[in-house]
Design a binder for this molecule. Sequence first.
Ligand SMILES: [Fe+2]
Length: 297
Amino acid sequence: MTDHPDFVVPDITTRKNAGLAHDPRDFTLPQPAARYTDEDHATWATLFRRQSDMLEGRACREFLEGLDLLGIDAERIPDFERLNRTLAAATGWRLVAVPGLIPDEVFFGHLAERRFPVTWWIREPHQLDYLQEPDVFHDLFGHVPLLAHPVFADYLEAYGKGGMKASRLGALPMLARLYWYTVEFGLIREGDDLRIYGAGIVSSRSESVYCLDSASPNRIGFDLERVIRTRYRIDTFQKTYFVIDDFAQLFDATAPDFTPIYHKLAALPTYGAGDIAPGDTVLQAGNREGWADTDDL
Ligand SMILES: [Fe+2]
């Protein structure tokens, strides 16, 4: 979170944005497409090809349909305005270019207005497998296809509104866990199978395999209060993935006012990232192989 007192703007963000100005109120800037080099487009193409090949049969139907509808392909880093014409017609969402991570309240303000902030620049070729901060591949390939799905689109707008409220109530750490375990690292049922919808997974080659195939992590049925109480990892694969039945379940579970939930949960202990809790619907209890033993966030 950029509002954390220890937050420093990553070097790559500073370097990529040198000489560019963003609007100080909402952190947007016009997508600086002229700055993309041939190498940048080639990096996009490499990332796109290897992810889209692998995601057939792993990513949920809604994600793959969104990718298709929006015409996101390997050719080059997409033009945001071209995507916006299709996306606006589908769900009323639009992308806005931003320099990198932005302050929480600015981020929530965008979501509440159905604008999705997308980091405009792409990682460097030696960072294909991992980059700590979001780039255009994570933000656009990972997040934008589902914005074309009406129910998910409504969920994310509601999340933005909820974020503005949670800021006022001092409940952001709790709400951040919901984002983490759904928007970034969520799994969904599809018939008898599990599929990926979280952007942090679909934009990562290794976690796209691990989250579905590995015996290490827990896979647990989604429960709102359980998720809000669960700490997470930012430095390793997740120890637990929460599974929704469908996007309507997610939207309905998060529709009520969270204020009483925050009050209730503030008085209760949190769960570690790998805990199994009483009442969990356990689809897989992980064998814990390879789990880091440092503290969860
Ligand atoms: Fe993300």
